[in-house]
Design a protein around this ligand. Structure first.
Ligand code: ADP
Ligand code: ADP
Length: 228
């Protein structure tokens, strides 16, 4: 069942830089899709458009929910994880994780309960009161993932989340992410420069090319190539 449709989306910056040229893509519910391609092929731009952080110059995005097809993305249903954990350094872990709910005015009791649940999911139970600087890079990324999960998004966008981590940490997080993906039934879209990472994690790989940014191929990754 289709969950996100990208229809002929183009993005032109400053009336001259064609970051995306008529990109169309149909993403099914529960898919783990990686986007690979050279720097500047429009991977981040497509994510920003999906997340509603940027408007396409032409074309449209549709999100299909169980009840209707929405032509604008409901931000509450989308989680975002960036390459850098982007945590607030003065706030303890639990408040960083609960931040999306705090901004929505959810009570402290409820948001702390939910924060503890997602911290447990990412293997950080017991670190509620720690400050970000007391944690390793991999643990900070776990906090960032927990924060992206707290509002139970249907769609999770990850823009090179593990690019800055060492190999061991990255591999641990691969298994952790796959476990969470299976458990939650989320659709995950994942940007990476690393083809091995994309094959290991994904059910589908969208290959992009630059100038102008296009999707040139979408591959299904056969199960025997994947981790499971
Ligand atoms: P990628 O994530 O694949 O590296 P981007 O989506 O960041 O690609 O960028 C695609 C192209 O659009 C690049 O040529 C980039 O320099 C340009 N670009 C991205 N964002 C902007 C912006 N805000 N203003 C102008 N040009 C931009
Ligand atoms: P990426 O990791 O996606 O390759 P970049 O380093 O290309 O990121 O860009 C970082 C940010 O700067 C992006 O959010 C992009 O939108 C913006 N950006 C990229 N190129 C330009 C540009 N030529 N002018 C203005 N903003 C840009």
């Amino acid at each position: 069942k289709s969950m996100l449709r990208i229809n002929q989306v183009s993005k032109v910056y400053d009336q001259k830089i064609v970051a995306l040229s008529e990109v169309s893509l149909d993403i099914r519910e529960g898919e783990f899709m990686s986007f690979v391609g050279p720097s500047g092929c429009g991977k981040s731009t497509i994510f920003k458009i999906i997340a509603g952080l940027s408007e396409p110059t032409s074309g449209s995005i549709e999100m299909v929910t169980s009840t209707q097809t929405e032509t604008s993305i409901n931000r509450d249903e989308v989680g975002f994880v960036f390459q850098h954990a982007t945590l607030l350094p003065w706030k303890p872990v639990i408040d960083n994780v609960a931040l999306p709910l705090e901004l929505k005015g959810v009570s402290k009791k409820e948001r702390y309960e939910k924060a503890i649940d997602v911290l447990e999911m990412v293997g950080l139970k017991g670190y509620e009161k720690a400050l970000p600087r007391q944690l390793s890079g991999g643990m900070q990324m776990r906090v960032s993932i927990a924060r992206s999960l707290i509002a139970k998004p249907k769609l999770l966008l990850m823009d090179e989340p593990f690019g800055a981590l060492d190999e061991m940490t990255r591999q641990n997080l691969h298994y952790e992410l796959l476990r969470i993906w299976r458990k939650t039934n989320m659709t995950v879209l994942f940007i990476t420069h690393n083809v091995f990472e994309s094959v290991f994690l994904s059910t589908q790989i969208a290959v992009m090319s630059a100038r102008p940014g296009r999707i040139t191929n979408v591959y299904d990754v056969p199960p025997y190539e994947r981790n499971d």
